[in-house]
Design a protein around this ligand. Structure first.
Ligand SMILES: Cc1cc2nc3c(=O)[nH]c(=O)nc-3n(C[C@H](O)[C@H](O)[C@H](O)COP(=O)(O)O)c2cc1C
Length: 298
């Protein structure tokens, strides 16, 4: 039986529901040599900011039981260098392209969108409203009104559909999701890593974002809650290591998924995961993922 893993996301066809999450595949060049391009529906760049950022001092990644904590601090070359040095090779890739942007201040999001607006090979912009590694007191994603404002102002100048990337550290995800929708978000990505703390040696601590398998049940719950209040397409992110994880995300209400930490351990994971998905579908007697999709969002 021919099994079709493709999904429709905001009117575009993704060859599989698997998106490479922001921050784990650089500007695209690092990971591409290890990938089977047919196993990946879209790639997300690391978050690009207006100015170059050195990021946080080491250690930037610590393994903890079950997952990892990262404190990269949005290290990146800044949007001008990204456009000059990296964008052309990104745009040559066969999968859909998502550029992640992050502002230190609210006003920087529309500025970034405007600078990227002439590069029509970009398929979507993702607004990183939820980076846990910055010194800011509060994440944008913890303030529904701020999310609304940022998205509305970015939407005015963006020719690209906007994905809002949300944080798990909120009291009511529904309120944030609805504010993003009201601001004009075209899709939501749940979730970024969870702000945490660990001691990795006597007296030495790392504040960063927890990712990997511990995030999956949390993300599933937030997706299920979000799906109750919106029909926007949802990208499910957090702890996806196997094909069966994707089925769980679809059952909770996601329309596609993104892979983060697994790529650090196993850069070729998308091909394995696509194969597992096909096996699950075949053994269940299905020929596409549509049977697991909620009727909304696509
Ligand atoms: C090393 C590392 C760097 C990351 N950098 C970014 C980033 O630049 N922008 C962003 O939106 N998310 C970033 N993330 C978060 C991931 O995109 C993802 O939301 C999170 O890791 C949860 O998925 P996972 O459990 O599959 O890793 C980063 C995660 C890791 C592990």
């Amino acid at each position: 039986m021919g099994i079709n893993l493709s999904v429709n996301f905001l009117g575009k066809k993704l060859t599989t529901p698997v998106i490479l999450a922001s921050g784990v595949s650089g500007y695209s060049d690092e990971l591409i040599p290890f990938l089977d391009p047919n196993s990946v529906g879209a790639i997300t760049t690391k978050t690009i900011t207006l100015q170059p950022r050195e990021g946080n001092p080491p250690p930037r990644i610590i393994e903890v039981p079950g997952g990892i904590i990262n404190s990269i601090g949005l290290a990146n070359m800044g949007v001008a260098a990204f456009i000059k040095e990296k964008l052309a090779s990104l745009l040559k890739l066969p999968m859909k392209k998502i550029v992640s942007i992050g502002g230190a201040k609210e006003e920087e999001f529309p500025l970034l969108a405007r600078m990227l607006s002439e590069f029509r090979g970009i398929d979507f912009l993702e607004l990183n409203l939820s980076c846990p590694n910055l010194k800011k007191q509060k994440l944008f994603a913890q303030e529904p009104e701020t999310c609304l404002k940022i998205i509305k102002n970015t939407k005015r100048v963006s020719p690209f559909p906007l994905i809002a990337k949300l944080s798990p550290q909120v009291t009511d995800i529904k309120e944030v999701a609805l504010a993003c929708e009201e601001g004009g978000a075209d899709a939501l990505n749940l979730i970024n890593s969870l702000p945490v703390l660990c001691y990795y040696a006597a007296g030495k601590k790392l504040r960063g974002g927890l990712s990997g398998p511990p995030l999956k049940p949390l993300s599933l719950r937030l997706i299920e809650e979000t799906r109750k209040v919106t029909s926007l397409p949802l990208i499910g992110t957090g702890g996806i290591y196997a094909g069966k994880d994707i089925i769980d995300y679809f059952l909770a209400g996601a329309n596609c998924v993104s892979l983060g930490s697994v790529l650090l351990l196993e850069p070729s994971a998308p091909a394995r995961i696509a194969k597992e998905l096909k096996e699950i579908l075949a053994s269940s007697g299905y020929d596409s993922l549509s049977c697991f999709s909620s009727s909304t969002g696509l």
